[in-house]
Design a protein around this ligand. Structure first.
Ligand SMILES: [Zn+2]
Length: 73
């Protein structure tokens, strides 16, 4: 899949956790989910967009669409 519109993002995670990785998980997010998230306003799940798609974060979109960058188009 083309990941040109994907971004590596910091998300709101489990705020009750002691682990920063769980409170603010880093995930790749697809372009469609980024556009959806921008409409949510205060309910947004993305804390910040950090840059281009990052292989080290794994191929799955971090939001609810369930898309994987490894899937064929
Ligand atoms: Zn997505």
């Amino acid at each position: 899949m083309d990941t040109t519109d994907w971004q590596a993002c910091t998300l709101w995670g489990a705020m009750g956790s002691d682990s920063t990785d769980e409170q603010y998980p880093q995930r790749n997010v697809c372009g469609a989910c980024i556009a959806e998230d921008e409409k949510r306003g205060e309910d947004a799940q993305i804390v910040s967009i950090n840059g281009d798609y990052d292989d080290s974060l794994g191929p799955e979109c971090g939001l609810e669409c369930g898309m994987s960058a490894d899937d064929e188009d």
